[in-house]
Design a protein around this ligand. Structure first.
Ligand code: HEM
Length: 384
């Protein structure tokens, strides 16, 4: 079996049985203080605005997190520091990657633990300097190992992201070539259909079928156009766009069961935006398709608009289950999907189109449950 990262690092820092003993020697004194250390740990996060935000985005209750941190410190000081121990640490590392915690907070958080545990070591051993030094060294080694494992999970995640980007570029090339190849046969069908139409005479049924083929041909061509648009950034054909009209058109185009109600609120009277109406329509078709999917089999979807300073904000809300913390961190990345038959390009395209218009898209939980996507687009202030 190849040597794992922590084995290699353990060898480097020379974490050995003497260190294990030193940690275990501190444990009986430290044990009653671990809950207080967990309090300091989370107080520090709470008093730090950005770190606090990550905690709020995470799903669990802080009370429960304190318990898990106490268990974490318990095993830190008692081991056994075997394969199972480190696999569990990797798993914990991945939990933080999953919730999108920036890795630099790990240094800050580990520093708090180092300070607090170092203080306990001093209290317990300051009258025995050699023992104190030993415990301090052992703490230094194990906490550095922990940090290394945490950071390694971030690196693994980065590599996985790169692999995904490569997959996407291969996928993009594939889609482009299939798209181009399909245009030719569709073109032939279209020409033949044109000729056929002229020879149908009075046969009503045949005419109906030819119309249906022509309609489906249009749908197939539309799908190819959309796919190709996703791959090569089509330039924006800018003009003043009335969003109420674009969104109403998008809402009409999205199929939904009669048990999912769609309401459009506050869209009339919004300032126009300088944009590409076709691409903006795509933004709302994608968001509404997702919202209807989430709200099904029965529920409600609401699009709500408002102007805030020089920006038009549009919420697309649904009464579905909302987006869980792990998906949230990756929501707008391509190839991320929770749909069984989805490819995961819809939201990535929404983000790209919004940003190309100088705007943005964000996610927040809807009050009372469900998802809320907010699209922000710069308004043309003089238009009204
Ligand atoms: C030395 C640093 C840290 C350690 C040792 C640590 C330890 C842990 C442990 C043991 C868990 C439970 C994992 C599980 O069993 O599922 C956890 C989860 C979590 N931690 Fe940390 N943590 C650290 C830093 C942070 C920081 C700095 C934050 C936020 C600013 C944070 C936020 C969270 C959240 C939100 C979860 C719950 C995630 C979920 O399951 O939804 N942690 N942490």
């Amino acid at each position: 079996m190849p040597e794992t990262v922590y084995d290699e690092l353990k060898r480097y820092v020379r974490f050995d049985t003497a260190d294990e003993q030193a940690l275990r020697a501190l444990y009986p004194y430290a044990r009653p203080h671990l809950v207080a250390i967990a309090d300091v740990f989370y107080d520090r996060i709470f008093s730090h605005e950005e770190a606090h935000e990550v905690l709020v985005r995470g799903e669990r209750q802080v009370g429960h997190l304190k318990e898990t941190l106490v268990a974490w410190m318990d095993s830190l000081l008692t081991g056994p520091w075997d394969d199972a121990y480190w696999s569990n640490r990797y798993r914990i590392g991945r939990v933080h990657v999953r919730i999108g915690l920036p890795q630099h907070y790990m240094f800050g958080a580990m520093n708090v633990l180092r300070t607090e545990l170092g203080r306990l070591a001093w209290e317990r051993f300051h009258q025995e300097p050699p023992a104190l030094e030993h415990v301090r060294n052992a703490l230094g080694k194990i906490l550095d190992l922990e940090l290394a494992v945490m950071l390694h999970t971030y690196r693994e995640d980065l590599l996985a992201q790169r692999a995904r980007a490569e997959r996407l570029s291969t996928f993009g090339q594939l889609v482009a070539s299939i798209g181009h190849d399909l245009r030719n046969p569709l073109g032939v069908i279209e020409t033949s259909l044109y000729i056929l139409r002229g020879r149908l005479g009075e046969d009503e049924r045949a005419r109906k079928h030819v119309d249906r083929i022509a309609e489906q041909l249009g749908v197939a061509n539309g799908i190819i156009t959309n796919l190709l648009d996703m791959i090569r950034d089509r330039p924006l054909a800018r003009q003043p766009v009335t969003l109420a009209r674009v969104i109403a058109g998008a809402a009409d185009a999205v199929k939904r069961p009669p048990t999912v109600a769609v309401a459009l609120e506050g869209l009339e009277g919004l300032p126009d935006v300088d944009g590409d109406p076709v691409q903006l329509r795509q933004v709302f078709v994608n968001l509404l398709e997702n919202a209807v999917f989430a709200a099904s089999p029965a529920g409600a979807v609401t699009v709500r608009g408002r102007a805030v300073d020089a920006v038009v904000e549009l919420d697309v809300e649904d009464t579905g289950p909302g987006v869980d913390a792990s998906t949230r961190a990756r929501l707008f990345e391509p190839l991320i999907t929770t749909k069984e038959r989805g490819v995961g390009l819809g939201l990535a395209l929404v983000k790209r189109i919004a940003e190309r218009h100088g705007g943005s898209v964000g996610y927040s939980d809807r009050e009372g449950g469900g998802a809320r996507f907010t699209v922000r687009l710069p308004a043309i202030m003089s238009s009204r």
